[in-house]
Design a binder for this molecule. Sequence first.
Ligand code: 6PG
Length: 260
Amino acid sequence: MPHAHAPPAPPVLFSFPSSAQLTDALAQFIIKSQKESIEKKGRFTVAISGGSLPKLLTALIDRPGLKWDKWQVFYADERVVPLDHPDSNHALATRELFSKVPIPASHIHTIDPALADDLEELSDAYEKELIREFAMKDSARFPIFDLILLGVGPDGHTASLFPAHELLSEEDRWVAYIEDSPKPPPKRVTFTFPVLNHAIRVAFVAAGASKADILPTVLDQPEAGLPASRVRPVSPGALYWFVDDAASAKVQYSKTPFKL
Ligand SMILES: O=C(O)[C@H](O)[C@@H](O)[C@H](O)[C@H](O)COP(=O)(O)O
């Protein structure tokens, strides 16, 4: 039985021949995570990021076994733009997934773009939204998400945590803001590492040859300290990588056959 001070478990890498196999396995994994969470606590707390991820979640649409009314969804990072703006992660996730499944709108927790002129206030308000959901339930010092789904950028960033940025050393806040994101748009809010690293499960999802050059650094050279390598959920949390063979082509790190 792992205890609180055990070192983080090493990442588990699943690699699939095609992106269709990847998304199918990811859907199975999410459904199993959902089932376990609802059995334990009656709900499923999930955070997702933007980029190519929401489209890869469309494999969930019309699957049996999903209890959408038990989901509570947050954004691991969000661009500070109106919620219907083409750059908004919420707009993207809604278009790809949430508009196609029966999840109550009140269970999808968005930033408040009315506060866009004051990013400190906006990120504080989003942190309070998290506190309302997690306080007295699954939080100690930090919220304990059932599942956080992340992408990785070509520079090794994840969520809106970018290489060499001062936010990498944030230890207290749950949500932080950034005004100088190297990936546009520049203004964003993001979960901090302590939040990512207190989740029960974190799954990175990366598909396509455009990820092939960064994954060896992230997985084989964690000591390089890229943001994606710093995601190491504390025990008993688990870290998974769902990738396709095009993305993992140059990785030495050992692959695990996918099995639920
Ligand atoms: O809002 C964002 O920009 C994302 O949350 C970001 O962290 C993304 O997940 C990675 O940049 C990977 O993006 P792709 O999957 O599009 O490569």
